[in-house]
Design a protein around this ligand. Sequence first.
Ligand code: GDP
Length: 440
Amino acid sequence: MFDNLSDKLDKAFHILKGHGKITDVNVADTLKEVRRALLDADVNFKIAKDFTTRVRDKAIGENVLTTLQPGQLMVKIVKDELTELMGGDAAGINLSGTPTVILMSGLQGSGKTTFSGKLANYLKTKKNKKPLLVACDIYRPAAINQLHVVGGQIGVEVYSEEGNRNPVEIAQNAIKHAKANGFNVVIVDTAGRLAVDEEMMNEIANVHKAIEPQETLFVVDAMTGQDAVNTAKAFNDRLDFDGVILTKLDGDTRGGAAITIKSVVNKPIKFVGTGEKMEAIDVFYPARMAERILGMGDVVSLVERAQEQYDEEEARKLQKKIAKNEFGFDDFLSQIQQVKKMGNMKDLVGMIPGAGKALKDVEIEDDAFKHIEAIIHSMTPAERSKPAVLDAKRKTRIAKGSGTSIQQVNQLLKQFDQMSKMMKMMQGGAGKNLMRMMGG
Ligand code: GDP
């Protein structure tokens, strides 16, 4: 995420390395580079200029008081200013109202339908809500189908009316349906167009007026940079929305939209989308985002993601299996699945402080577990639970079936063996001794 920008800012701060203190001259050189980095990330000129002016004033003002080195001081000031620019504190979602009505707006292809599903899933699993998804795109039957598919994936009901050409009516009927059937959140997905046009604006403004949503969210593709900001402005002028959803932050996004949108429309970014899967949704925290932009990692989010995937029941079952020496490849596979749910590998590595920079040139496969999974899938259930039966003939069959080589199969078996031994040790004698030593 934002690799290029992080890189360039890092180089800008390097100018101060070796300097004992911040002076008008070295600060000017650094800030020129910071400004260039921001412009390259598609931040608009005025915002970039105001930003560096504020940073300069702070840097010169704080210079005398601090014990930090100039480089560190500059990183801290830039981090604070970036946080402020992106909205300061995280903005929550308003869940008042019975039901809470959430209206989704945005251009076609922005990720509106995908995000509607992600939000429904988030509210269902994290906030204990019973959401209803509503398909209000009367122009594209495919869009209605898509929402039904998404709803099916996450187990959330989708309301649609075949043949009804009036989105206001559909939305109103959906809210009635929600009230009558105990849904406490209604998420209305509306029609988007390829570009801002009057008809679409009128239509969504009418829906907005009729259903008076607690939250009107504007969805925008972060990859579109300054266009994203301009579109946000056009929608905000008409809808006065409550918050922005920035999607596709997992791609090669330059960062401009994330950094500038708040200051242009004066509405906070509430969530970001970081992938195509239903779990790829994050609450937007400006301070954490600033840290990531500056290559400082984001351990808090990483730990949170791990905690979200942690299932106590599963962990207990697993522990029993290890104790009984029954840990097999099926368990291994489910462990991999859990890690994968945390997000794509590159994204996760980027959250480890320093790792993003250190591994910048290392190609991290999006699907790093692909071969391992293929190998395990080519095993029979019996082989998975008792890998000891794997002889040369079976290994050849597995390698063929999974499109890998015998070496790769052997390597996985070796890794698995080492892991099993280690787990047994932690469980058994050594672990117990260690616990005793620690007074457990
Ligand atoms: P809509 O026309 O606004 O409803 O957009 P869709 O929800 O159909 O999304 C358009 C495309 O973007 C689809 O292929 C989605 O899978 C993809 N997409 C949506 N959100 C994300 C995201 O956060 N990251 C990535 N990489 N792709 C996304």
